[in-house]
Structures are given as structure tokens and as C-alpha cells.
Design a protein around this ligand. Structure first.
Ligand SMILES: C[S@@+](CC[C@H](N)C(=O)[O-])C[C@H]1O[C@@H](n2cnc3c(N)ncnc32)[C@H](O)[C@@H]1O
Length: 218
């Protein structure tokens, strides 16, 4: 098992031993690097499939918020053979910055596919945006979850999404058996902007578990 997704209550984990999810020690990224547990996704299997599907054929894919790299792997597996995946994360949450196990697990996870090209941008998204100038086919926004930060990411990045391109928000829906609540930053942002006509050029194209996707009109 290279990675493990979030199981919803009542969902079977196909017989896999997932005790590591309850152990604070095993949850440490060093344990993934040592092979004691798989890389941990922060999304469900259905969301994983949706990431891959939306990346299909895309040449410029951006992810804000990589963590252990499992969503990035889905994007890489889906994107065009000659595509580029830009992975933006400062990896600032490591308690041992010199060793940065989270980043090393992410690199190993993403290298689980050799499709296309990967560019790592080890910065906070607003800093990465200052140097950005490319047209984007698909962006996954899953970094800082404060409502103001999600709004900032939208403000900084959405104008680069080409007409017909897609923006995906994660942790952005309340759903049965799921973890987001109505006061989650991405939930509040998505409800405020897209469910009330605040983004007329964008159409909602998918809602599955906590994932919310919008397409820029052509
Ligand atoms: C929820 S996790 C990402 C989960 C991952 N996409 C997945 O599905 O497995 C959030 C990540 O965002 C990163 N992060 C936090 N603030 C950020 C920012 N302003 N820009 C980019 N990444 C950020 C954190 O370091 C963390 O790794």
C-alpha cells in the first residue's frame, strides 16, 4: 500500500490494517519514510479519483497544499504526458526543518508516477503567485484553510485559469459522515462566492464529498 485515503465512517478499508491512523507516533512522517506506514492522504478515495479525472489531459496543473503528496500523485497520474505539475507548499509544519520528513515523503509519493514534469515551489502561495505568469488548466486549492486565505488564493490565482479550465477546492463542502463543518474557511468561501452568483464567469461542475469544482466559462 503506497498511500492511504480517508475512510468515511461505515466505509470498509478493503481489509487493510489501518491502526497507524490512531497512533500519534505512527502518524509522524518519519514513519512513512521508514516504510512503517503508507503516505497519508487527507482526502477520500472518491476525491482522489476526481483529482485524477480533472487532471486528465491537462498540461499546466497547479496544486496549493501538498502535505504528503497523495493528491499530487493523483494529479500527476492524470495529467498529460507532456504536462507540468507545479506543487506549492512551504513545508513549514515540520518540527525538524533540517530533516523535513513531510517534504521527503511528499517527494517520494509524487515520484510514484513518472508522468510529465514536476516543479516544486517551496513557498507560501501568495509568494508563489507574485512570480507566476502561466495559463493554468487545473488548480487545486488545498493550502491555508482560513477563509481569508482561501479568498486570497482565489484572488491571486483564478485569473490565470484559462477559459474552460477548472479550479478545485478541497474541504469545501459539508457532507454526510464527513469532517468539514459550516464554519470551515473553504466551505464559507465557496458558499459565499459560488452559491450566490458572486462569480458569474464560473460554473459549478462537480461536488463530491468535500470537493467542489468550478469551470471558467469559455
Ligand atoms: C490539507 S494539507 C494538503 C493535503 C493534500 N492536498 C492531500 O489531499 O493529501 C495542507 C497543506 O497546505 C500547506 N500550506 C499551508 N498554507 C499554505 C500556503 N499559504 N501555501 C501553500 N501551502 C500551504 C501545508 O504545509 C500543508 O502541507
Amino acid at each position: 500500500m503506497k498511500y492511504s485515503v480517508v475512510n468515511l465512517s461505515g466505509e470498509s478499508s478493503a481489509g487493510a490494517k489501518e491502526g497507524f491512523k490512531d497512533s500519534p507516533w505512527l502518524r509522524h512522517s518519519a514513519c512513512a519514510l521508514l516504510g512503517l506506514r503508507p503516505a497519508l492522504a487527507q482526502h477520500t478515495a472518491a476525491e482522489h479519483a476526481a483529482f485524477r479525472k480533472w487532471a486528465c489531459g491537462c498540461k499546466c496543473v497547479v496544486e496549493i497544499g501538498v502535505a504528503e503528496g497523495v493528491s499530487a500523485l493523483a494529479l500527476r497520474e492524470g495529467m498529460a504526458e507532456d504536462g507540468t505539475l507545479y506543487l506549492i507548499d512551504p513545508f513549514h509544519l515540520s518540527r525538524l526543518p533540517a530533516l523535513n520528513f513531510i517534504k521527503r515523503v511528499a517527494q517520494r509519493t509524487v515520484n510514484g508516477s513518472l508522468r510529465g514534469r514536476v516543479v516544486w515551489i517551496e513557498k507560501f502561495s501568495p509568494d508563489a503567485a507574485r512570480e507566476w505568469n502561466e495559463s493554468i488548466d487545473l488548480i487545486l486549492i488545498d493550502g491555508d484553510h482560513a477563509e481569508a486565505a482561501v479568498e486570497r488564493d482565489w484572488h491571486d490565482w483564478s485569473s490565470y485559469v484559462r477559459p474552460g479550465g477548472v479550479a478545485v477546492f478541497h474541504d469545501a463542502r459539508v457532507f454526510e459522515g464527513g469532517w468539514p463543518s459550516a464554519d470551515y474557511g473553504p466551505v464559507k468561501f465557496v458558499d459565499r462566492i459560488f452559491r450566490s452568483g458572486g462569480a458569474p464567469e464560473w460554473t459549478i461542475v462537480e461536488e463530491i464529498h468535500s470537493l467542489f469544482a468550478v469551470r471558467r466559462d469559455k
